[in-house]
Write a protein that binds this ligand. Structure first.
Ligand code: UDP
Length: 376
């Protein structure tokens, strides 16, 4: 009997768990592959919740996060640790999603071990190495050593072709974030109609390039909005990074209609997105999810690698100037026709079937004909 090929799925952060969950589920449900999950623990505090929420128990937990870790020491520790895990698992292929040190290290460890690497959410680009930092560099470097490029959109595939990646190696699958979102939203109770506490603005802000003055400007804008509109309230699940938490507490704390809370469990966060009026965010994943739920997004960054929602007119890149954030938010709050034009519920990033497409490509390329050992 031929053993089912092992596929190692490497996860290190919250978005990686959220976006790899459907791929892991599809591989585990298949009868041809043995899916093994390796957690690096890059963001220990944010990784464990979503993994548990999706019922994923890592087969190997490298538990690499340390207090005050720098990118250099994190990268230097993840590469040999992932290499060791791959030496134990002896997979036929390695998969990871996104653009963190975990993903870069996983791709490099796979490359050194002469194993094919599949990059989930390939081809996102700003072509500005500073924005987002360091993620844009990780994406570009990973692309050089990737075997399967699972691009979420036709635009991402165009980027890869523009970098002379062979067309046969690029597969447009949709974004797995939408698989997770749609299946999770189905499990939530009906959204309440209206809220006597007022219109909800959901805020997330944590990007490294926004630390310092940009975050201060974002928070000043949010406070001004809360002061100006007695019928709005702001919910901000604050990222645990001390550079974010300290500034948030100082500039947003103590306002009656600004609620600062710890990061929400994914299902609670999806419920908050569904119940909100609009979203202010510098997050990548939230830019994909909110439009699919019909919520306008104001992107608190100078540029985005996710231009599709902007082109569809349901997201707008507003940067980090306080005046601009206030102006664009006021427009959404004051002009119902404009609000309606941005709250159309389109999903340019996927149809909820991305993981199945990824599994099908891997099956085509890795599935050994004949009887396989399906024990997992
Ligand atoms: N998210 C969550 N709880 C929160 C805030 C965000 O579960 O309190 C989810 C969100 O739905 C999205 C992901 O976390 O799927 C985005 O993660 P993050 O913004 O940290 O990373 P990025 O997407 O910018 O890489």
């Amino acid at each position: 009997m031929t053993a089912a090929p092992a596929i190692a799925c490497i996860v290190g952060t919250r978005p990686e768990a959220i976006k790899m969950a459907p791929v892991i589920r599809a591989l585990k449900a298949s009868c041809w592959a043995r899916c093994l999950v390796v957690a690096t623990g890059q963001h220990r505090d944010l990784l464990d919740g979503p993994l548990a929420g999706f019922g994923i128990v890592p087969d190997i937990d490298l538990d690499l996060m340390t207090e005050g870790q720098t990118l250099t020491d994190l990268t230097a520790r993840v590469i040999p640790a992932v290499a060791g895990a791959l030496a134990r698992i002896k997979p036929a292929a390695v998969l990871a999603q996104g653009d963190t040190a975990t993903v870069f290290a996983a791709a490099l460890a796979a490359f050194y071990a002469r194993l094919p690497f599949g990059h989930v959410e390939a081809g996102l680009r700003t072509y500005d190495l500073e924005q987002p930092f360091p993620e844009e560099a990780f994406r570009q470097m990973v692309a050089r050593i990737t075997h399967w490029h699972f691009a979420p959109t036709a635009g991402a595939a165009d980027n890869l072709r523009g970098e002379r990646i062979a067309a046969a190696a690029i597969h447009v699958t949709g974004n797995t974030s939408i698989d997770t979102l749609l299946s999770s939203a189905q499990q939530l109770p009906e959204a309440p109609v209206g809220d006597e506490r007022g219109r909800l603005i959901l805020l997330t802000a944590h990007r490294r390039e926004n630390f310092g003055a940009p975050l201060e400007r974002i928070f000043a804008a949010v406070r001004e909005l809360a002061d100006r509109y007695p019928d709005i309230r702001v919910l901000y699940p604050v990222h645990p990074n001390p550079a974010v938490r300290g500034t948030a507490g100082r500039l947003l704390g103590g306002h009656a209609r600004i609620e600062l809370c710890p990061p929400l469990d994914y299902f609670q966060f999806v419920a908050a997105m569904r119940n909100c009026h609009f979203v202010l965010t510098d997050s990548g994943g939230v830019q994909e999810e909110a439009p699919a739920l019909g919520k306008p997004v104001l992107v608190l960054r100078e540029q985005t690698e996710r231009p599709e929602a902007v082109a569809a007119g349901v997201a707008k890149v507003v940067g980090t100037s306080a005046e601009r954030i206030v102006e664009e938010s006021c427009r959404l709050l004051d002009d119902p026709a404009y609000y309606g034009s941005m709250a159309r519920g389109v999903s340019p990033y996927g149809d909820g079937q991305a993981a199945g497409r990824i599994e099908a490509v891997l099956r085509r390329d890795l599935c050994v004909p004949g009887p396989v050992n399906t024990a997992r």
